[in-house]
Write a protein that binds this ligand. Sequence first.
Ligand code: B12
Ligand code: SF4
Length: 444
Amino acid sequence: MKILFLEIDTERSWAVASLGPAFLASYLRKFGLEVAFARVPLAWDRGEVIDRAAAHRPQLIGLSLTTRQWLRARDLVGPLRAAIGAPVVAGGLHPTFSPEVVLDAGFDYVCRGEGELALLDLVGAIESGARPEEVRIANIQGRGGPVPNLRAPVDPLDDLPFMARDFLDERHGVVHMTTQRGCPFKCTYCAARMYNELYRDTGDYGRRRSHDNVLRELFAIRESGPLNYVIFLDDTFTIHHPWVHEFCKVYGESLRVPFSLHARVETVSEKLLHRLAAAGCRHITYGVESGSERIRREVMRRPVANQRFVDVFRWTREAGILATANYMMGLPTETPAEMAETLALHERIRPDDFGYFVFYPYPGTHLHRFCRENGYLPADVLDRPATHRESVLDLPTLTPADIRACYDEWTRRRAADTLQRSGDLSNAARRDLVEQVEQCAASG
Ligand code: B12
Ligand code: SF4
């Protein structure tokens, strides 16, 4: 059987395609199945998507979906099925936590949670002629069929084959890696951590690969092409310090290729940052989220003091590592004064770079439920675009104009920052830069 994975682009093509299909493809290949990958750029209209997909002659089409990709995927699924006649299965965070909505839109199957073993079983069932409502496979829900049981997460992760790199669209020797699945924290706005809750009765979702397994993958990449920079996409790389210290030792001794990672300020120490820098770490992205301790404590479940951010950003700089801060605005119960506290904290921590996002309530999360229960969530939320540049919520403490003004203020600061860095550029070039910043903000 041939399975075609389509990567649905939204406002822009991301530098890396979804990692889920890259894991699934290598697993299916291990069992002799044929897999293919195609990006669906925004410029392709329906007709072109169908022609390009049909050219692969797939017998099953797979889509990995975030909530942002959902609307475009929903519009494509009916025409794709009708024209190609192959069933379509969706997996990833969005289908996992909104399975009924996805099935009602015309998908034949959704995969809830981890997909490697489930998709292999689904391929077998389709090959033997099963219809969606007849399928009984753990993690797979067919249209018209019952809610499936979940199978235990793959353990150890080392059992999985390395990602199919031809699915990732990587260039210039910049590669993407994950060393773990799951995050132990409980941030209420986070969709990723909901896997831990989904799997509460089935087995621990938090697992990490062995150092040896991670290094073997990197050496294999280096043997087949350039390896210039490694982006670790783990939710929080810096959990479990003994693992991280050992990683710094073995990676620093054997590879020392520059790398970046995501961390939480609660999970790093001055000593750890120096170890990471010595091993080749050049850049860390931290979720700061809010400058209001009340919002972090009461709304986000992140009870950490502002001073901790100030200290960690300073330590990171002193260790010679670039630090990016990500911020959110427009949270339930937040006030204009609290949004201003985030701008004020930004001035104190002075990151090398920053991202700013209007809060979006992702399905399955605690804050999604909180917004629904309090009447902040419009009934047609999943019919509206999911972006991070304007709020979908109807909040009693913030007006859309308050949030817009705050977002514009972040854009103004980003433009000012960019200009400051641009030094002695001509006026025309400076205008171009500001325009680019504004365009980037508009695609949220
Ligand atoms: C790496 C990453 C990215 C990468 C790659 C995207 C990707 N989806 O892999 C990039 C940088 C492009 C990215 C961008 C964005 N991301 Co992102 N990203 C992540 C991150 C940190 C890790 C993903 C990962 O490692 N996956 C590893 C694989 C193994 O896990 P998986 O994706 O769940 O896949 C398994 C199963 O879900 C299933 N499965 C997945 N797809 C399919 C398909 C089929 C057919 C089947 C059968 C099964 C199946 O099988 C897979 C293997 O077991 C996650 C957080 C997380 N832990 O999930 C956020 C996350 C997915 N991103 C998120 C967001 C919001 C964004 C952005 C909007 C950020 C922004 N503000 O601009 C954009 C949107 C991108 C888009 N195309 O829509 C949210 C999505 C929430 C939601 N419900 O939609 C997450 C969950 C972060 C969070 N904490 O809330 N992101
Ligand atoms: S630390 Fe990051 S990945 Fe973990 S629960 Fe919080 S937001 Fe989600």
